[in-house]
Design a protein around this ligand. Structure first.
Ligand SMILES: Nc1ncnc2c1ncn2[C@@H]1O[C@H](COP(=O)(O)OP(=O)(O)OP(=O)(O)O)[C@@H](O)[C@H]1O
Length: 324
């Protein structure tokens, strides 16, 4: 549904010579939502983000924010701000001066810009390190500074290009909770580009899946994961098998596949222990791969080994039809 505060992309296209990096995508981002732009390498996620930010020119189409066409405005005039993967902090400026930098460029006086920088440093819990230089900070701390720096211009939309990819797995999970908290507190739209399905499911109000320069599916994380529209989305989001039944193609969640006395015959090709569950990979007579994710207690009650013949069953209500 359209509201006056939306960010809207209308037939947005980017061409690099013969390469079409983004192919006429249209989408409305609801205000104050957390959106994850997800897709495989090269699908056009970063190009889309850079066009919204104004770091990349638009070949065709429009970008409209709060009713205003912004696609030909300079980055600082758009009401958007971008946080880069590498954080891109100025090494010769203190944390506080990094955060205050864009206000300095706008000619804001020192006491006003420091007051604002201090408020943002408090928001990201970095007040105690305000006088340090970037080289004296950990990766997670640098990221907080980069966030504060992007937020100081009071953007309506914050654009984040793989913001967590430089962090170790433990910190990544902590920082993603912080990003979500910040977005809720600030009540602005975050558009977060990621390769990670888990990250998108954990964070997003809306997941936008891109493939081959177009939007393949968009919706709530539960809808995109649970009701994939296409085979690509089912495979890319993971946790599903794509199976042919009576000539139709269906996605069937791996965790609803049962191994028992009757059902579709298959041969076990792999067994992978995953802690709380065990992934049993099988191959059917028609050469389709079907993975069953079994609770670890179920598996160890009746262990299965590669080479074993098994029978696979599922409730038909879990057969989710695919359009393509
Ligand atoms: N400056 C450029 N010149 C030419 N082609 C480019 C340029 N930037 C991107 N491309 C091409 O446009 C397509 C989309 O690239 P983009 O960086 O948007 O993908 P991505 O989904 O963000 O990938 P990744 O996850 O690897 O960053 C790719 O085929 C890429 O090679």
């Amino acid at each position: 549904m359209r509201t006056p505060n939306d960010l809207e992309l209308a037939k947005l296209t980017k061409r690099y010579g013969d390469t079409v990096a983004v192919d006429g995508i249209s989408h409305i981002f609801a205000p104050a939502s957390y959106v994850c732009l997800l897709g495989p390498s090269g699908c056009g996620k970063s190009t889309t983000l850079r066009m919204i930010a104004g770091h990349e020119s638009v070949s065709d189409g429009n970008i409209v924010l709060e009713g205003k066409e912004i696609s030909h405005l300079a980055p600082a005039q758009r009401g958007t701000a971008m946080m880069f993967q590498s954080y891109a902090l100025f090494p010769h400026l203190s944390v506080r001066d990094n955060v205050a930098f864009s206000l300095k460029m706008k000619g804001v006086d020192k006491s006003t810009r420091y007051a604002k920088a201090n408020a943002l440093l408090e928001l990201v819990a970095m007040t105690h390190l305000a006088d340090r230089m970037p080289a004296q900070l950990s990766g997670g701390q640098q990221q907080r500074v980069a966030l504060a720096r992007a937020l100081i211009t009071e953007p309506r939309v914050l654009l984040l290009d793989e913001p967590l990819s430089a962090l170790d797995p433990f910190l990544r999970i902590r920082m993603r909770a912080e990003l979500k908290r910040l977005q809720r507190e600030l009540e602005i739209t975050f558009i977060h580009v990621t390769h990670g399905q888990d990250e998108a499911l954990a964070l997003a109000d809306e997941v936008v899946v891109m493939n081959n320069a177009v939007i393949e599916q968009a919706g709530s994380p539960r809808d995109v994961w649970g009701k994939p529209r296409t085979e690509f989305v089912a495979r890319f989001m993971g946790g599903h098998n794509v199976v042919t039944v009576d000539g139709g193609r269906y996605a069937i969640r791996s965790d609803v596949i049962r191994i028992g006395a009757d059902g579709l015959p298959a041969t076990t090709t792999g067994v992978e222990y995953q802690g709380d569950r065990v992934a049993v990979t099988t191959r059917t007579a028609t050469d389709e791969e079907i993975v069953a994710l079994l609770p670890e207690e179920t598996f160890f009650g009746q262990p299965i080994n590669p080479g074993d013949a098994v029978r696979l069953g599922w409730d038909v209500r879990w057969q989710h039809p695919l359009e393509a």
